[in-house]
Design a protein around this ligand. Structure first.
Ligand SMILES: NC(=O)c1ccc[n+]([C@@H]2O[C@H](COP(=O)([O-])OP(=O)(O)OC[C@H]3O[C@@H](n4cnc5c(N)ncnc54)[C@H](O)[C@@H]3O)[C@@H](O)[C@H]2O)c1
Length: 342
């Protein structure tokens, strides 16, 4: 059987909103076969087993992996469940682990996860799948065409709070800057109410990012980030774009794209749509497993660099200064920030 015809077996843990999105796209893709499902909630597990016609189910992800030996492990749990599932996937000898953003709850955890994956040679993919939206791609195309001249600024803001939205904003702004590495970050944060949420975060956070190619990044998330009045849906009030010497181009997550270049003003439609974005995101997992050179656009190494920028912004708000990258281990950022904020 040629590599192009391989069918990859997959087990999925965490069958809430995003786990079901993943299982659905995997079930519809002929390159994958669902062999195991896992959730600590028996009702969710049963519903998913029925929906996707999968015989094997278990509440324990490590047990499921040992029993089903999948090529790919997908997990879509809330942010505080990451490291044990990475450990379970690596221990079971899977080829690739795909999991949900944000990468981790602290830099220490992210570094440990990344070491486990690297040492075992396991590929990883993190679900920043909005980039598959046609309106996101259109902005990338305009930037790449040179129509904006020399890019000097990239930006992203969302009214949704940090652990939900910030790595999405950093990921797409970094993509618009060709993933140039970041050199330093200055951050500021405010408000403690959202620390109680399952996506524990300051109410508001801002980051100024200096990229090594000279481009400046501006990222804001949460209560106090600019409104995007053109977009009605609250979670989609996000604006990500780039400014250059000859104009700007930007995407609104729930409201299309727009640009002004030396050729004039232009705009087009588009809205974030899981049904549109998940199939190519899943297909690119098969492409990477087939061919190591076809690295997934949402690969874990890139996601780690974005996560590091977010953690640097937290550290900066605590330390009141410029934080140079890369980051080593340190005090867990959320706890430190919670203590530091009035
Ligand atoms: N990429 C995106 O566009 C996007 C959109 C929404 C949410 N998310 C992210 O997806 C993740 C999950 O969010 P959600 O909305 O699907 O949450 P959810 O609460 O709907 O689902 C999480 C599921 O995980 C299960 N679970 C918890 N611990 C488990 C364990 N140890 N083993 C197996 N199952 C376990 C829970 O019972 C639940 O069914 C979060 O990190 C969130 O930030 C991403």
């Amino acid at each position: 059987m040629s590599a192009a015809q391989n069918i990859y077996t997959v087990a999925v843990a965490g069958l809430g909103k995003r786990g079901v999105h993943h299982a659905d796209a995997l079930a519809k893709n002929p390159r994958f076969k669902l062999v195991g499902l896992c959730d600590i909630d028996p009702a969710r597990l049963d519903a998913a087993k029925q929906k996707f016609g999968v015989g094997y189910g278990n509440a324990d992800a490590a047990r499921m992996l040992a029993d089903t030996h999948p090529d790919v492990f997908v997990f879509c749990t809330l942010p505080h469940v990451r490291l044990p599932l990475i450990r379970a996937g690596v221990g079971a000898g899977v080829k690739l682990i795909a999991y949900e953003k944000p990468v981790a709850v602290s830099m220490n955890e992210a570094l440990e996860m990344s070491k486990l994956l690297r040492d075992a040679g396991v590929k990883s993919v993190v679900s920043h799948q909005h980039r598959y939206g046609d309106h996101y791609q259109k902005v990338k195309d305009i930037i790449a065409s040179g129509a904006l001249g020399r890019i000097h600024t990239v930006y992203g803001h969302a009214t949704g709070w940090m652990m939900h939205m910030m790595t999405h904003m950093i990921e797409y702004a970094s993509w618009y800057n060709d993933y140039a590495p970041a050199e330093w970050v200055v951050g500021q944060a405010a408000g403690r109410e959202k620390f109680a949420d399952v996506h524990s975060s300051p109410d508001y956070i801002a980051a100024l990012v200096q990229f090594k190619n000279g481009v400046r990044g501006l990222i804001e998330c949460g209560a106090g980030a600019p409104d995007v009045p053109e977009v009605e849906s609250w979670w989609r009030k996000c604006r990500v774009g780039a400014q250059g010497t000859a104009g700007f181009a930007e995407v609104l997550t729930g409201g299309g794209w727009r640009a002004v270049t030396k050729d004039g003003a232009m705009s087009g439609p588009g809205g974030m749509d899981y049904d549109h974005d998940m199939p190519p995101y899943i297909q690119d997992i098969a492409a990477w497993l087939d061919d190591p050179d076809k690295v997934h656009p949402c690969n874990g190494e890139t996601a780690l660099r974005g996560f590091e920028i977010m953690m640097a912004a937290c550290r900066s708000a605590v330390a009141r200064g410029k934080i140079s990258l890369p980051l080593g281990p340190g005090e867990p950022e959320l706890e430190a920030l919670k203590r530091a904020l009035p």
